[in-house]
Design a protein around this ligand. Structure first.
Ligand SMILES: [Zn+2]
Length: 103
């Protein structure tokens, strides 16, 4: 009998964290799209390494990220990914990690 409740509790917990992750991802996606839309027209001279699209530089969390207008790819210069993922930075990655382990 307790196994049923343990399984249900575990399922509810997994569902909760899945929902939390989905909400965090949706928030980041909306923020990223807003940053792309806020960028005034003007392309850099760089082409996307994946396709033949034009790269545009956007500012996200105080980091300049190159985004492709064709495939939607995001490209980081040296050190930019580390800047976004540094735990003490309070950047989106550390906030996402903290949302997974609320204490
Ligand atoms: Zn591309």
């Amino acid at each position: 009998m307790t196994d049923i409740f343990d399984g249900r509790g575990k399922g509810l917990e997994e569902e909760y964290f899945h929902r939390q992750n989905q909400e965090a991802i949706e928030k980041l996606r909306a923020k990223m799209q807003a940053a792309v839309k806020a960028k005034p027209a003007g392309a850099s001279t760089m082409k996307c390494p994946r396709c033949d699209g034009q790269l545009h530089e956007i500012k996200f969390e105080d980091v300049a990220i190159d985004t492709c207008d064709k495939c939607g790819g995001c490209w980081f210069d040296s050190g930019e990914l580390a800047q976004l993922t540094r735990p003490a930075s309070g950047g989106w990655f550390s906030r996402l990690l903290n949302s997974w382990n609320p204490k």
